[in-house]
Design a protein around this ligand. Structure first.
Ligand SMILES: Nc1ncnc2c1ncn2[C@@H]1O[C@H](COP(=O)(O)OP(=O)(O)OP(=O)(O)O)[C@@H](O)[C@H]1O
Ligand SMILES: [Mg+2]
Length: 261
Protein backbone atom coordinates (compact mmCIF):
# COMPACT_ATOMS: atom_id res chain seq x y z
CA UNK A 1 0.00 0.00 0.00
CA UNK A 2 1.30 3.45 -0.84
CA UNK A 3 2.09 5.75 2.04
CA UNK A 4 -0.42 8.35 0.83
CA UNK A 5 -3.25 5.83 1.30
CA UNK A 6 -2.63 5.98 5.02
CA UNK A 7 -3.13 9.73 5.11
CA UNK A 8 -6.63 10.82 6.08
CA UNK A 9 -9.02 11.39 3.19
CA UNK A 10 -10.48 14.46 4.85
CA UNK A 11 -9.33 16.64 7.71
CA UNK A 12 -11.40 19.33 9.41
CA UNK A 13 -9.37 21.86 11.35
CA UNK A 14 -11.05 24.31 13.69
CA UNK A 15 -14.10 24.62 11.46
CA UNK A 16 -16.27 27.52 12.52
CA UNK A 17 -19.31 29.09 10.90
CA UNK A 18 -21.15 32.16 12.12
CA UNK A 19 -24.51 33.17 10.69
CA UNK A 20 -24.27 36.78 11.74
CA UNK A 21 -24.03 36.53 15.53
CA UNK A 22 -25.59 33.06 15.58
CA UNK A 23 -23.03 30.25 15.75
CA UNK A 24 -23.66 27.49 13.24
CA UNK A 25 -20.70 25.40 14.28
CA UNK A 26 -17.63 26.17 16.35
CA UNK A 27 -14.08 24.87 16.27
CA UNK A 28 -14.78 21.40 14.93
CA UNK A 29 -11.73 19.25 14.19
CA UNK A 30 -11.53 15.61 13.16
CA UNK A 31 -10.15 13.41 10.44
CA UNK A 32 -11.76 10.76 8.28
CA UNK A 33 -9.83 7.88 6.75
CA UNK A 34 -10.63 5.94 3.61
CA UNK A 35 -13.36 3.37 4.23
CA UNK A 36 -14.40 4.98 7.50
CA UNK A 37 -17.97 5.99 8.40
CA UNK A 38 -18.48 8.84 10.87
CA UNK A 39 -21.91 9.72 12.23
CA UNK A 40 -22.64 13.25 13.41
CA UNK A 41 -25.44 13.27 15.98
CA UNK A 42 -27.05 15.88 18.20
CA UNK A 43 -30.34 17.60 18.81
CA UNK A 44 -32.01 19.90 16.27
CA UNK A 45 -30.00 23.10 15.78
CA UNK A 46 -26.76 21.58 17.11
CA UNK A 47 -24.94 22.38 13.87
CA UNK A 48 -24.94 19.01 12.09
CA UNK A 49 -26.08 20.27 8.68
CA UNK A 50 -23.85 23.32 8.93
CA UNK A 51 -20.87 21.05 9.50
CA UNK A 52 -21.83 18.84 6.55
CA UNK A 53 -22.19 21.85 4.27
CA UNK A 54 -18.78 23.13 5.36
CA UNK A 55 -17.15 19.74 4.77
CA UNK A 56 -18.68 19.49 1.31
CA UNK A 57 -17.66 23.04 0.39
CA UNK A 58 -21.24 24.23 -0.07
CA UNK A 59 -20.73 27.08 2.35
CA UNK A 60 -17.59 28.96 3.36
CA UNK A 61 -16.14 28.69 6.84
CA UNK A 62 -15.80 31.81 8.99
CA UNK A 63 -12.54 30.27 10.16
CA UNK A 64 -10.78 26.93 10.03
CA UNK A 65 -10.31 24.75 6.98
CA UNK A 66 -11.04 21.45 5.30
CA UNK A 67 -8.24 19.45 3.72
CA UNK A 68 -9.04 16.74 1.18
CA UNK A 69 -6.80 14.10 -0.36
CA UNK A 70 -7.58 14.24 -4.07
CA UNK A 71 -7.54 11.22 -6.37
CA UNK A 72 -4.01 12.12 -7.49
CA UNK A 73 -2.85 11.81 -3.86
CA UNK A 74 -2.31 15.53 -3.27
CA UNK A 75 -3.98 16.95 -0.18
CA UNK A 76 -5.64 20.29 -0.89
CA UNK A 77 -7.36 22.96 1.16
CA UNK A 78 -10.88 23.08 -0.26
CA UNK A 79 -10.87 26.88 -0.04
CA UNK A 80 -7.96 26.93 -2.50
CA UNK A 81 -9.88 25.07 -5.21
CA UNK A 82 -11.37 26.99 -8.08
CA UNK A 83 -15.11 26.81 -8.65
CA UNK A 84 -14.70 24.39 -11.59
CA UNK A 85 -12.45 22.08 -9.58
CA UNK A 86 -14.89 22.09 -6.69
CA UNK A 87 -17.81 21.27 -8.96
CA UNK A 88 -15.88 18.44 -10.58
CA UNK A 89 -15.05 17.02 -7.16
CA UNK A 90 -18.70 17.25 -6.11
CA UNK A 91 -19.94 15.32 -9.11
CA UNK A 92 -17.21 12.71 -9.38
CA UNK A 93 -15.37 11.94 -6.17
CA UNK A 94 -18.15 12.92 -3.77
CA UNK A 95 -21.78 12.09 -3.34
CA UNK A 96 -24.36 14.03 -1.35
CA UNK A 97 -27.53 12.30 -0.19
CA UNK A 98 -30.24 14.71 0.91
CA UNK A 99 -33.00 13.83 3.32
CA UNK A 100 -35.43 15.21 0.76
CA UNK A 101 -34.77 13.12 -2.35
CA UNK A 102 -36.36 15.75 -4.58
CA UNK A 103 -33.34 17.97 -3.82
CA UNK A 104 -30.93 15.29 -4.99
CA UNK A 105 -32.87 14.16 -8.06
CA UNK A 106 -34.14 15.85 -11.18
CA UNK A 107 -37.84 15.19 -10.96
CA UNK A 108 -38.56 16.24 -14.55
CA UNK A 109 -36.52 13.44 -16.14
CA UNK A 110 -36.74 9.66 -15.99
CA UNK A 111 -35.10 7.50 -13.35
CA UNK A 112 -32.66 6.17 -15.93
CA UNK A 113 -31.71 9.69 -16.99
CA UNK A 114 -31.16 10.63 -13.35
CA UNK A 115 -28.48 7.98 -13.09
CA UNK A 116 -27.12 8.35 -16.66
CA UNK A 117 -26.80 12.10 -16.42
CA UNK A 118 -24.12 11.89 -13.73
CA UNK A 119 -22.06 9.65 -16.01
CA UNK A 120 -22.50 12.03 -18.94
CA UNK A 121 -21.32 14.83 -16.68
CA UNK A 122 -17.99 13.04 -16.37
CA UNK A 123 -17.64 12.55 -20.11
CA UNK A 124 -19.43 9.27 -20.91
CA UNK A 125 -21.16 9.63 -24.29
CA UNK A 126 -21.92 6.05 -25.35
CA UNK A 127 -25.69 5.52 -25.10
CA UNK A 128 -25.51 1.75 -24.63
CA UNK A 129 -23.02 2.01 -21.80
CA UNK A 130 -24.97 4.78 -20.09
CA UNK A 131 -28.18 2.77 -20.34
CA UNK A 132 -26.41 -0.36 -19.13
CA UNK A 133 -24.93 1.44 -16.14
CA UNK A 134 -28.30 2.94 -15.23
CA UNK A 135 -30.01 -0.47 -15.36
CA UNK A 136 -27.20 -2.05 -13.37
CA UNK A 137 -27.56 0.58 -10.68
CA UNK A 138 -31.33 0.17 -10.53
CA UNK A 139 -30.72 -3.53 -9.85
CA UNK A 140 -28.20 -2.71 -7.22
CA UNK A 141 -30.56 -0.44 -5.30
CA UNK A 142 -33.41 -2.92 -5.76
CA UNK A 143 -35.56 -0.91 -8.15
CA UNK A 144 -37.39 -2.91 -10.82
CA UNK A 145 -35.78 -2.33 -14.25
CA UNK A 146 -39.24 -1.92 -15.68
CA UNK A 147 -39.42 1.45 -13.92
CA UNK A 148 -36.32 2.88 -15.64
CA UNK A 149 -38.24 5.20 -17.94
CA UNK A 150 -40.67 6.40 -15.28
CA UNK A 151 -40.32 9.76 -13.62
CA UNK A 152 -39.21 9.68 -9.99
CA UNK A 153 -42.43 11.58 -9.32
CA UNK A 154 -44.18 8.22 -9.68
CA UNK A 155 -41.82 6.61 -7.15
CA UNK A 156 -42.50 6.03 -3.46
CA UNK A 157 -40.38 7.80 -0.84
CA UNK A 158 -38.17 4.78 -0.29
CA UNK A 159 -37.65 4.25 -4.04
CA UNK A 160 -36.74 7.89 -4.54
CA UNK A 161 -34.17 7.63 -1.81
CA UNK A 162 -32.69 4.50 -3.40
CA UNK A 163 -32.63 6.23 -6.79
CA UNK A 164 -30.85 9.20 -5.26
CA UNK A 165 -28.25 6.79 -3.90
CA UNK A 166 -27.80 5.17 -7.34
CA UNK A 167 -27.37 8.59 -8.95
CA UNK A 168 -24.69 9.41 -6.40
CA UNK A 169 -22.78 6.17 -6.67
CA UNK A 170 -22.65 5.72 -10.45
CA UNK A 171 -19.47 7.80 -10.76
CA UNK A 172 -17.68 5.65 -8.14
CA UNK A 173 -17.15 8.43 -5.59
CA UNK A 174 -14.87 7.82 -2.61
CA UNK A 175 -16.68 10.04 -0.13
CA UNK A 176 -20.41 10.34 0.53
CA UNK A 177 -22.09 12.99 2.64
CA UNK A 178 -25.53 12.08 3.92
CA UNK A 179 -27.93 14.37 5.76
CA UNK A 180 -30.64 12.34 7.52
CA UNK A 181 -30.80 9.73 4.72
CA UNK A 182 -33.65 7.82 6.37
CA UNK A 183 -35.52 10.79 7.83
CA UNK A 184 -39.18 11.03 6.97
CA UNK A 185 -39.54 7.42 5.81
CA UNK A 186 -41.72 4.72 7.35
CA UNK A 187 -39.94 2.57 9.88
CA UNK A 188 -40.00 -0.56 7.69
CA UNK A 189 -38.74 1.41 4.69
CA UNK A 190 -35.99 2.90 6.86
CA UNK A 191 -34.79 -0.53 7.91
CA UNK A 192 -34.55 -1.75 4.32
CA UNK A 193 -32.76 1.40 3.20
CA UNK A 194 -30.27 1.16 6.05
CA UNK A 195 -29.56 -2.42 5.18
CA UNK A 196 -28.95 -1.49 1.57
CA UNK A 197 -26.73 1.45 2.53
CA UNK A 198 -24.70 -0.65 4.90
CA UNK A 199 -24.08 -3.24 2.17
CA UNK A 200 -23.07 -0.64 -0.42
CA UNK A 201 -20.77 1.21 1.97
CA UNK A 202 -18.99 -2.04 2.83
CA UNK A 203 -18.81 -3.38 -0.75
CA UNK A 204 -17.58 -0.14 -2.26
CA UNK A 205 -15.35 0.70 0.74
CA UNK A 206 -16.88 4.16 0.87
CA UNK A 207 -15.96 6.87 3.31
CA UNK A 208 -19.07 8.47 4.74
CA UNK A 209 -20.06 11.39 6.93
CA UNK A 210 -23.66 10.76 7.93
CA UNK A 211 -25.71 13.29 9.86
CA UNK A 212 -28.60 11.84 11.79
CA UNK A 213 -30.91 12.37 14.74
CA UNK A 214 -31.42 8.67 14.81
CA UNK A 215 -28.94 6.83 17.01
CA UNK A 216 -30.02 3.53 15.43
CA UNK A 217 -28.72 4.84 12.11
CA UNK A 218 -25.43 5.78 13.75
CA UNK A 219 -25.22 2.36 15.40
CA UNK A 220 -25.89 0.50 12.18
CA UNK A 221 -23.69 2.49 9.79
CA UNK A 222 -20.86 4.20 11.62
CA UNK A 223 -17.50 3.27 13.09
CA UNK A 224 -17.07 6.54 14.96
CA UNK A 225 -19.40 9.22 16.25
CA UNK A 226 -19.25 12.94 16.79
CA UNK A 227 -21.81 14.29 19.26
CA UNK A 228 -22.66 17.96 18.80
CA UNK A 229 -24.44 20.49 20.95
CA UNK A 230 -24.80 24.21 20.34
CA UNK A 231 -22.42 24.01 17.37
CA UNK A 232 -19.63 22.33 19.33
CA UNK A 233 -18.38 18.80 19.63
CA UNK A 234 -19.15 17.48 23.10
CA UNK A 235 -18.02 13.89 22.64
CA UNK A 236 -16.35 11.69 20.05
CA UNK A 237 -15.35 8.05 20.03
CA UNK A 238 -16.03 4.63 18.64
CA UNK A 239 -19.74 4.27 18.01
CA UNK A 240 -20.30 1.28 20.25
CA UNK A 241 -18.37 2.88 23.09
CA UNK A 242 -20.19 6.20 22.83
CA UNK A 243 -23.60 4.53 22.67
CA UNK A 244 -22.98 1.87 25.31
CA UNK A 245 -20.94 3.95 27.70
CA UNK A 246 -21.32 7.67 27.00
CA UNK A 247 -19.01 9.94 28.99
CA UNK A 248 -20.76 13.27 28.74
CA UNK A 249 -24.05 14.03 30.47
CA UNK A 250 -25.47 15.39 27.22
CA UNK A 251 -24.67 12.18 25.36
CA UNK A 252 -26.15 10.17 28.22
CA UNK A 253 -29.39 12.11 27.83
CA UNK A 254 -29.30 11.69 24.07
CA UNK A 255 -28.79 7.94 24.38
CA UNK A 256 -31.54 7.72 26.97
CA UNK A 257 -33.70 9.58 24.39
CA UNK A 258 -34.72 12.17 26.93
CA UNK A 259 -33.92 14.94 24.48
CA UNK A 260 -36.49 15.83 21.87
CA UNK A 261 -35.49 14.79 18.31
N1 LIG B 1 -28.78 29.81 6.76
C1 LIG B 1 -28.80 30.06 8.07
N2 LIG B 1 -28.93 31.33 8.53
C2 LIG B 1 -28.94 31.63 9.85
N3 LIG B 1 -28.83 30.70 10.82
C3 LIG B 1 -28.70 29.41 10.43
C4 LIG B 1 -28.70 29.03 9.04
N4 LIG B 1 -28.56 27.68 8.97
C5 LIG B 1 -28.49 27.25 10.25
N5 LIG B 1 -28.58 28.28 11.12
C6 LIG B 1 -28.51 28.20 12.59
O1 LIG B 1 -27.31 27.50 12.93
C7 LIG B 1 -27.53 26.58 13.99
C8 LIG B 1 -27.20 25.17 13.52
O2 LIG B 1 -28.16 24.80 12.52
P1 LIG B 1 -28.06 23.45 11.67
O3 LIG B 1 -29.09 23.53 10.61
O4 LIG B 1 -26.67 23.23 11.27
O5 LIG B 1 -28.49 22.38 12.78
P2 LIG B 1 -28.88 20.83 12.63
O6 LIG B 1 -28.13 20.14 13.72
O7 LIG B 1 -28.66 20.40 11.24
O8 LIG B 1 -30.43 20.84 12.99
P3 LIG B 1 -31.61 19.86 12.44
O9 LIG B 1 -31.44 18.58 13.17
O10 LIG B 1 -32.86 20.58 12.85
O11 LIG B 1 -31.47 19.73 10.96
C9 LIG B 1 -28.98 26.76 14.41
O12 LIG B 1 -29.03 27.67 15.47
C10 LIG B 1 -29.63 27.36 13.17
O13 LIG B 1 -30.72 28.18 13.53
MG1 LIG C 1 -29.95 19.60 9.78
Amino acid sequence: MMASDDAPLLIAEGLTKWYGRQPGCRDVSFSLHAGEVIAVVGESGSGKSTLLQLLSAQIEASSGRVLYRMRDGATRDLASLGEAERRLLARTDWGYVHQDATLGLRMAVSAGANVGERLMAVGERHYGRIRGAALGWLDRVEIDRGRVDDSPRTYSGGMRQRLQIARNLVTAPRLIFMDEPTGGLDVSVQARLLDLLRGLVADLELSVVVVTHDLAVARMLSHRMIVMKGGQVVETGLTDQVLDDPCEAYTQLLVASILPP
